[in-house]
Design a protein around this ligand. Sequence first.
Ligand SMILES: [Zn+2]
Length: 130
Amino acid sequence: MSGDRIAAMRRRLEAARDELVSAGDLEFEPLRDDADALERPDEDAAPLTEMNQVIASKRNRERSERLARIQAALRRLEADPDDFGLCEACEEEIAPRRLEVMPWARFCVACQAKQDPERGGARRSLTDYE
Ligand SMILES: [Zn+2]
């Protein structure tokens, strides 16, 4: 990968990381409604709050997984810029369009699909088993 593209990729990864981190602060806000639920302990309030927490923690988990991928990609970019953008399985170049949307992608579309045939995503990654 050329120096220009590497620099562009780094900027994209850093922007995605910053966006994720700043979006995090916004998503924590709804949990502050707890105070309201304590003042008015009616039947409906508790389950709703619990549901919100489940949704929020699922979101947080997905976000922290993505953040980990972005940071891993930045480290790969730093350590081995020549190999960045190559599929880790078949070593073919990952399509530029795919890297534009997902600069942290480690596999080409075909290999990614083989990893997770049901959903075609990287959801069931190693981090799920920690
Ligand atoms: Zn591949």
